[in-house]
Design a protein. Structure first.
Length: 255
């Protein structure tokens, strides 16, 4: 799925914040959004998920987004919230995973098969009967991501998926995202983790005050100290260390 944005403007009622993106094309692959809190990243993600109205400013495969999602929405675009508490509401982990598939009216045997696969894939099998709110914060985060991916959507929108994850959880999510990217899927994610960005992203999109202010290679972003200061970002630790050691060119990651 190719997503095109043209003359996108969105303003929250009774606030001074507005998001303005004149022109942007998003093709399949990994798309990482960075920037300070309040820069517009989550607003853009919600517009791409059709959770906020965009009119004809966002098109998917040539159709207005709302029209494109009118049928089969859950298999086309999925969204995982930054805070798991905003997303989880079923009485057990197993039911949480099955919910979206029931809404999509999948056959019961297919729901059972996919639920079992997701429980194993995300390391949640032993917690299947547990209330999601009794999981650790890392476990809740994994469950929200699993719920977003269980229908194998073409586009997955993830708001800070790495936040609150322990190291094994981060490695697991990274592997699962790589698997889906290898299948030609689109992953659009927000991250504040510059080390992960340096290891896993070739290009990055940076936002500030509702505007897209940079799109290009990660190493060029890290090389622009004035832009980093404007965005309130520090480059990856490997980049900082290589600068201290006087290495040229600087090292993005050890991966």
């Amino acid at each position: 799925m190719q997503i095109k944005i043209k003359s996108l403007h969105y303003k929250y009622p009774e606030t001074n914040f507005s998001l303005d993106i004149p022109d942007l094309t998003l093709s399949p692959g990994l798309i990482c959004l960075v920037g300070q809190n309040g820069s517009g990243k989550s607003t853009l993600l919600k517009l791409l998920a059709d959770l906020l109205p965009a009119g004809d400013a966002i098109k998917a495969d040539g159709q207005a987004l709302s029209e494109y999602l009118a049928s089969g929405r859950l298999s086309k675009i999925a969204y995982a919230f930054q805070d798991p508490n905003d997303q989880l509401f079923n009485s057990s982990v197993e039911k949480e995973l099955a919910w979206s598939m029931k809404q999509a009216k999948l056959p019961e045997d297919e729901i059972a098969r996919r639920t079992e696969a997701a429980l194993k894939e995300f390391g949640l099998a032993e917690f299947r009967d547990l209330n999601p709110y009794d999981l650790s914060l890392s476990g809740k985060k994994l469950l929200t991501i699993a719920s977003a991916l269980v229908l194998d959507p073409e586009v997955c929108l993830l708001d800070e998926p790495l936040m609150s994850l322990d190291y094994p959880g981060r490695c697991l999510v990274t592997r699962l995202l790589e698997k889906r990217l290898a299948q030609g899927k689109t992953v659009i994610m927000i991250t504040h983790d510059m080390d992960w960005l340096a290891e896993n992203c070739q290009e990055v999109y940076a936002m500030s005050q509702g505007h897209l202010v940079y799109h290009g290679p990660v190493h060029q972003l890290f090389s622009d100290q004035e832009l980093l200061d404007r965005l309130g970002l520090l480059p990856a630790k490997t980049w900082q260390l290589s600068q201290l050691l006087g290495l040229k060119p600087e090292v993005l990651s050890l991966k």
